[in-house]
Design a protein around this ligand. Structure first.
Ligand code: SAH
Ligand code: SF4
Length: 350
């Protein structure tokens, strides 16, 4: 079976030419896939019935099989998919009041980076996702939204896995999101734990995509304890790569700060961070920790976070707290898969 989402327009044209179809059919199908965003062949009403039947018999619309889905009171939808080889990944759709519809998608099954507070890191690495597997996660939400008269507006590569560890497939998927699904570069964010050579490489791609760096600590000792990758790429090298990115692209960098009670929410860390980022074209996103089974700490208190932001302001560094979405459904990275495995059954849909 040929996965239609894995083909580019030229490949789709070649497939249909091989079937003896007229040239314009490929563009018709392409429009159904990525403009009208239907998820069945029956819905492609301007195609002749025999062609629809052949598509049905010889091709598929994607490879992701939904194993579990949860919806939050705030409208967040979290999905667990099974891949053809049995691996499982998660995608999340977040709805914001300002009409943004944001898909958070995975780039790997598991992750090799081992960040101590992350449910995906606690699972270890299984494999890289293909470009089509990354891309399809966004397409699926785009189709669901389209059926309700809405449009997917943003995509963040912040699900399971480290996008820059799977650099080629992740960047190729980003290009497809832009070119095929029509998501503007400025509405796409790649989040990285801080792989320095890839940050520099990404700076040279000439894309206007947003870059987020998972910082979480402002001294090497504290960062190493949370993110093992800091031993390979310490703060000095990471910040130099960020400066290079800003210089090359003229774009602001976002720093992610998972605020952990009693760990990185102290005035000392705030001052260290202020000194580190002073004068840089950047913004700090503070996200209270989503507690996970394998890590004993909880989220920083709201007053602590406000104090942290006030200290950063003394250094001219802007920071905001990110609203936590889907907190009632474990919509943190890797948490649905962890909870399904633990219970040994599918969580009920709500
Ligand atoms: N691997 C990439 C992208 C996926 S993780 C990266 O690390 O940036 C996306 C974000 O979620 C990262 O900033 C990560 O540090 C954060 N994160 C992971 N586990 C979390 C948790 N339990 N609570 C809050 N944020 C978490
Ligand atoms: Fe991997 Fe990101 Fe989780 Fe770290 S936080 S283990 S890099 S997915």
């Amino acid at each position: 079976m040929i996965d239609l989402y894995s083909l580019n327009l030229e490949q789709l044209e070649a497939l249909l030419a091989g079937w003896g179809e007229p040239r314009f059919r490929a563009r018709q199908i392409w429009a159904w896939l990525y403009d009208r965003r239907v998820s069945t062949f029956e819905a492609m009403t301007n195609l002749p019935k025999p062609l629809r039947a052949r598509l049905q018999a010889e091709t598929t619309l994607g490879v992701l099989e939904t194993v579990a889905e949860q919806s939050s009171y705030d409208g967040t939808v979290k999905r667990l998919y099974r891949l053809p080889d049995g691996q499982m990944i998660e995608s999340v759709l977040m709805l914001y009041d300002d009409d943004r519809r944001t898909a958070c998608i995975s780039t790997q099954a598991g992750c090799a980076m081992g960040c101590v507070f992350c449910a995906t890191g606690q699972m270890g690495f299984a494999r890289h996702l293909t470009t089509a597997e990354i891309f399809e996660q966004a397409v699926r939400f785009a189709c669901d939204l389209e059926a309700e008269g809405e449009r997917l507006s943003n995509v963040v590569l912040m699900g399971m896995g480290e996008p820059f560890h799977n650099y080629e497939a992740s960047v190729a998927a980003v290009r497809r999101l832009m070119n095929d699904l029509g998501i503007g570069a400025r509405h796409i964010t790649i989040s990285t734990v801080g792989l320095v050579p890839q940050i520099r490489r990404f700076a040279d791609e000439g894309l206007q995509v947003k870059l987020a760096i998972s910082l979480h600590a402002a001294t090497d000792a504290e960062r190493e304890a949370l993110l093992p990758v800091n031993r390979r790429w310490p703060l000095r090298e990471l910040l130099a790569a960020c400066a290079y990115y800003i210089e090359r692209t003229g774009r602001r960098v976002s720093f992610e700060w998972t605020a952990i009670h009693g760990q990185n929410d102290t005035p000392e860390q705030a001052h260290a961070l202020g000194k580190l980022l002073r004068g840089m074209l950047c913004h700090v996103n503070i996200i209270p920790l989503n507690p996970t089974g394998g890590y004993p700490y909880g989220p920083a208190a709201a007053e602590r976070i406000q104090q942290f932001i006030a200290i950063l302001a003394e250094y001219g560094v802007s920071a905001t707290v990110r609203v936590r979405r889907g907190i009632d459904i474990d919509a943190g990275c890797g948490q649905l898969k962890a909870s399904v495995l633990k219970r040994g059954r599918q969580p009920s849909s709500t």
